[in-house]
Design a protein around this ligand. Sequence first.
Ligand SMILES: *Cc1c(COP(=O)(O)O)cnc(C)c1O
Length: 548
Amino acid sequence: MIAYFSMEIGIASEIPTYSGGLGVLAGDTIRSSADLRIPLVAVTLVSRKGYLRQEITERGEQLEYHDEWHPSNFMTLLPNEVTVQIEGRDVKVKSWLYKHQSLLGGEVPILFLDTDIDGNSPDDREITDYLYGGDERYRLKQEVVLGIGGARMLKALEFNVRNYHMNEGHSSLLTLELLLHNDLDADRVRNLCIFTTHTPIEAAHDKFHYNVVKECLGDEFSQGILEEYGGRDVLNMTLLALNLSKYVNGVTTAHMEYSRKLYPGYHIRSVTNGVHSYTWTCPCLRELFDEYIPGWANEPELLVRVDEIPNDELWSAHLSAKNDFIDYVNETTGVELDVSTLTIGFARRATAYKRATLVFSDLERLREINKRGDLQLVFAGKAHPRNHSGKTMIREVFEYKKLLKDEIKIAYLPDYDMSIGAKLTCGVDVWLNTPLPPLEASGTSGMKAAHNGVINFSVLDGWWIEGCVEDVTGWAIGPSPDEKVDEKERRRRELEDLYNKLEYLIIPTFYKKRDDWIGMMENSIGKVAYYFNSHRMMRRYATEAYLF
Ligand SMILES: *Cc1c(COP(=O)(O)O)cnc(C)c1O
């Protein structure tokens, strides 16, 4: 079996143990593995208080609440307990078993680790409460439970693990546990481990100060070993995983190249991310695909035959999804969006590099463009409680919404989660993405959009560098990453493309050349979705990493 470790997993909207793309990717990994019958068991934390539930005031201020949920409503508690050492105490860990069932009969078990057990101290009982909550020490304790506790739990449950796949560095401590059980033989441990890195920003890689590490881990693992594999000055979880994995990959080709520069000397490969086709295709389009492209859901390559679908049927399926979505937005927000208006969607974690407000850089220009053909915009996204610039960005969107209210309708959907993500990526016409390159390692929401014939309009970063064929599969914003232009010029070119393409390509095609528009919708399905799906991704992990 493959043991797949992830700090967050988005398996269902009602199980709020994810914050964004990393968790949704883990969910899609599990969904595709179940369909394809790849033998996999997933391990994560139970995060009893979730990530956060978001409300937004009229002025755009984010209000945060715990997103408490009850594991017993969804899963069964297993009798086995294991212990980990934290600050010299024995901390007991139990696990909840959730069985993800594929419609095709396959099944992937997910273990949700939990320290809320009688006999653990009150503090220790809270270790598995908050996803990405607390301070450095709290995070390290969580990673002890995930990495070391997770490995011990798999053993206690007698899973026959062939490889350990670390989805990001949060679970890297499992390599230490494996060292202990393999006579400190690093080669043997490497042979067991696979590591997928997810961020191109060195500062965002998980690191812990050794004074905290020493207090937290005690002396179960020697300082010499920690420093040898995890770094001299701080315990760098990425480095730990890099040093003890036989197979390491980034999540797009560009991210691989970037990671090679960050960590020279390591052989870093790439498996480009994908999304689970069936999950992220809306019911209206599923029905059409079933009729004209039978077998598409388990063999998304077949979407290449999208031309079989008559244009008018594709368009009316889209309109029907859009109609439902616009009704939902109007009911939720009170904004009166109109179904015949060109609708642009933007939903992401509210964090500075995603640049949610870039489209408002020149309001006069945006107003002029809107006179050529009406626009309306729908936003969504949560800011991490400590991310102040993310919260400011949400407030700014609300200010622009007010400033433009007589001309361009703008809605902000609160509490972005997987179900809202699914509604958005099928209910708009254009999916806008404006990250600051090279900070978007992959991005996956645009792949969801493509599955629904929603056309991508995005900065050339992450997956879109591979997915974009200009004017065929969508449109690029700004120069390609290979073009030698300085940062200032790059920013200028991004705005120029954003506004010019909206005015001269997107609006005229949408309103005046409907057949060309539908042609591009078909290309989104037949040339983007057919490749950027998690079935292709998991077949590649299976042949290139798991059988490697
Ligand atoms: C798909 C998804 C994401 C990832 O989208 P990006 O474009 O990678 O930011 C984040 N959050 C939710 C709820 C999603 O469904």
